[in-house]
Design a binder for this molecule. Structure first.
Ligand code: CP
Ligand code: NVA
Length: 318
């Protein structure tokens, strides 16, 4: 494993290995990252991803070096003196000092550029389309609750966003049933739906899409939601929010599922918008376990990435 940009980059066996290694390193920490420097560059705010991952790296003996995003992402060759230096030069420099880069960006294309210009592994800390670190922690959480063998019905109610995409990918790769409910205006495009059908057929899972949240949560083992307005979409608030009111995960919707059904949310949550207090504070809510597992799973990800690390700085053209 070189980069981790999407869940689609990983085979189910690789994912399970990461989760198993995460568990092992959490139970018996080892200084497998001693002497390793991980660059953090965040274009958007973060609590869980930034702090949880830094704590994980510290537990394994590594260090984090925070880079001001302006030093990397204002890079442009197009207009001289409007930016500090090119992205290529910035990444080739960071590659001399750091062992991996953990980046939260607005556009997925930016991660591909980081991977293309640098010579160190790039790990996606969230972009507009994917949140693989969250999905790994979510699968780990589901395995804690239900074991590794059980086939689950995972219902996602809300926006067709980065968190939902990575959750659907990982769930289908493990043969689960994914039921998605959201307003048709903000749902998956044809290409995404074809991809989900392909994953379901390949791994023996099922993907179902409906506009009816009650249908989505019927016989569900877990109901998942996320914000209706993601970072970078704040200008769409008025336009989007009116479509999402029927998709709030509240006591009435939660009661349509089983008494054992869990609730998950990647956080940050907007209490009273996509989820009500009675659900997020319910005994079956696993949101704080998810947050703890973000840290645990970061250990397996970075230990795996660094174990496969190869430095090619001399040969890749300075
Ligand atoms: N779930 C998650 O990624 O949270 P942060 O945005 O706080 O990192
Ligand atoms: N979909 C949200 C997730 C935050 C962790 C966003 O991108 O803002």
């Amino acid at each position: 494993m070189n980069h981790l940009l999407t869940i689609g980059d990983l085979e189910p066996g690789q994912i399970q290995n990461i989760l198993d290694l995460s568990d092992k390193l959490h139970q018996s920490p080892e200084p497998v990252m001693q002497g390793k420097n991980i660059a953090f560059v965040f274009e958007k705010p973060s609590l869980r991803t930034r702090v949880g991952t830094e704590a994980a790296i510290n537990h394994l003996g590594g260090r984090v070096i925070e880079i001001n995003p302006d030093l990397i992402f204002s890079s442009s060759m197009a207009v001289p003196f409007t930016s500090r230096e090119s992205l290529k030069d910035a990444m080739m420099n960071v590659s001399q000092w750091c062992d991996a880069i953990f980046a939260r960006v607005y556009n997925h294309a930016t991660l591909k550029k980081l991977a293309g210009y640098g010579t160190i592994p790039v790990v996606n800390a969230l972009c507009d389309q994917h949140h693989p670190m969250q999905a790994l922690a979510d699968l780990y959480t589901l395995q804690q609750k239900y074991g590794k063998e059980q086939s689950l019905v995972i219902s996602y109610v809300g926006d067709a966003n980065n968190v939902a995409f990575s959750l659907i990918e990982i769930g289908l790769k493990f043969g689960h049933t994914l039921k998605f409910a959201g307003p048709p205006e903000y749902s998956w495009n044809e290409g995404q739906l074809e991809y989900f059908s392909f994953l379901a057929a390949e791994h023996g899972g099922t993907f179902l899409q409906t506009a009816d949240p009650v249908e989505a949560v019927f016989e569900s083992d877990v109901i998942y939601t996320d914000t209706f307005i993601s970072m970078g979409e704040e200008h769409l608030f008025d336009e989007k929010i009116k479509h999402f009111q029927p998709y709030q995960v509240n006591g009435a919707l939660f009661s349509k599922a089983k008494s054992s059904t869990g609730f998950m949310h990647c956080l940050p949550a907007h209490r009273g918008v996509e989820v009500t207090d009675e659900v997020i504070d319910h005994p079956n809510s696993w949101v704080y376990s998810q947050a703890q597992n973000r840290m645990i799973v970061s250990k397996g990800v970075f230990a795996t990435i660094l174990a496969g690390e190869t430095k090619e700085i001399e040969t890749k053209g300075a």
